[in-house]
Ligand binder design. Structure first.
Ligand code: UD1
Length: 417
């Protein structure tokens, strides 16, 4: 298994280009199942979760044509399968995103029930309840969700919690339902708006995506579309923290500053400075870092997907910081590894108290999930000496060439095969 070795303490400088958003690419790729014509998507990030979803679409019978320059052509006109098997779903929970499109287009879907997850329970009850309201008959047996419907019918759905993939699944299913569907208390993440833009280009009639109430007028069928995926706001945020923990100045290219407001506000509070120009942000972190508090919550509040990375920054800030994690039950797995690098962190329930230390020291550490891996890379960049991170397959799920991008900024980082 690959590892990443970092010799910490190097300043970063230069420019880094942000890739397309993994969390927008995944639902957009599955949306191609709704179309009778070819779809063509660009700015697709080259990460393992994308490979997994393309594999899944190809298994279902879609024609997948991976092109150069991070583009893909997908033709679902001959799809005949309706099953997402356990082997794929267990490696990527977002495989559940085929459930809505398969059911809406073919009236049948059999998708392995995602199991437990390192960061929390992550049930899919809200996806299933919403589809039932749209008229689907859903049974669970042998670890699979078996969903059937002759024709989905528009309805009113109130989500108990604003779930991101749940909103996406239901929005996709409702595109081909008869009549109007109104979904309330929807998640407002920008990736949902990106998905709605693609669906509308394919002929869907969706209003309100990106707010907490989405209206969908069902249509008979969807055609193909060409679309470029939005930039990855979590990757951009991760590079901002990389500049912050190394006391550096870097330029982040091809990002969307509007999606990063909360993250940048918190970094400003910590002493980081920004200069924005269109899709470029210059990050300067030449002052000492100050302690800050964060509470994760659905967009536009502070993203849970940036919590672990901020914990590395807080470990080196002057004073005591606090993190309250409200989205997932068990998202502090990185803490024990950070403590092994010299961080002073105490956890009580969903709250972590981080007393800033003057330095972290390199150590062998183990990645436990995607964003936890990123926090260890960031801690390694700032630490004195060598950090060896194992189980980096977690990192490869969501960061495109992270070690190459960091090395081009001057970090001493290497992948060991
Ligand atoms: C998505 C993101 C993930 C991010 C998360 C929260 C993708 C592919 N993944 O995950 O990176 O960390 O949003 O921003 O976009 N819940 C239920 N029942 C459900 C569904 C969710 O109780 O049926 C709960 C979850 O347990 C969690 C909360 O709702 O506590 C939010 O989860 P959700 O928004 O669904 O996360 P994902 O869509 O899986």
């Amino acid at each position: 298994m690959d590892q990443i070795r970092i010799c910490g303490g190097k300043k970063l400088n230069g420019k880094v280009k942000i890739s397309g958003a993994k969390n927008a690419a995944l639902p957009i790729l599955t949306a191609s199942l709704l179309a009778h014509w070819e779809c063509s998507f660009s700015n697709i990030p080259n990460v393992r979760d994308v490979t997994t979803v393309l594999h899944l679409l190809s298994d279902l019978g879609a024609k997948v044509d991976l092109l150069e320059n991070n583009s893909v052509k997908l033709d679902s006109s001959h799809v005949c399968g309706y099953e997402a098997a356990y082997d794929l779903v267990r490696t990527m929970r977002a495989s559940i995103l085929v459930l809505g499109p398969l059911l809406a287009r073919f009236g049948r879907a059999r998708v392995s029930l995602p199991g437990g997850c390192a960061i929390g329970l992550r049930p899919v009850n809200l996806h299933l309840n919403g589809l039932r309201k749209l008229g689907a008959k859903i049974e669970l047996h042998n670890g699979y969700i078996d969903a059937r419907a002759d024709k989905l019918k528009g309805c009113n759905i109130l989500l108990e919690t604003p779930t991101v993939t749940g909103t996406e699944n239901l929005m996709m299913a409702a595109c081909l339902a008869q009549g109007e569907t109104i979904i309330k208390n929807t998640a407002c993440e920008p990736e949902i708006l990106d998905l709605a833009c693609v669906l509308n280009k394919m002929g869907a009639k969706i209003q309100g995506a990106g707010t907490d109430c989405i209206r969908i007028q069902g249509v008979d069928g969807l055609s193909g579309a060409k679309y470029s995926i939005m930039p990855d706001r979590v990757e951009a945020g991760t590079f901002m923290v990389a500049a912050a923990v190394t006391g550096s100045q870097i330029q982040i290219d091809d990002c969307c500053p509007e999606h990063l407001t909360t993250v940048m506000d918190k970094l400003r509070e910590a002493g980081v400075e920004f200069e924005e120009k269109n899709d470029k942000i210059t990050v300067s972190a030449e002052k000492d870092l100050r302690a800050i508090d964060i509470k994760t919550a659905p967009y536009p509040s502070f993203p849970t997907d940036m919590q672990a990375q901020f914990m590395s920054l807080m470990s080196l800030a002057q004073g005591t910081s606090m993190v309250i994690e409200t989205v997932f039950e068990n998202r502090f797995m990185h803490v024990l590894e950070l403590i092994r690098m010299g961080a002073d962190i105490k956890i009580e329930g969903h709250t972590a108290m981080i007393k800033g230390v003057s330095r972290l020291s390199g150590a062998p550490v183990m990645a436990t999930d995607l964003r936890a891996s990123a926090s260890l890379v960031l801690a390694g960049l700032a630490a004195e000496g060598e950090t060896l991170i194992s189980r980096i397959y977690h990192l490869d799920r969501g960061y495109e060439s992270i070690e190459q991008k960091l090395a081009s900024l001057g970090a001493e980082i290497k992948r060991l095969k």
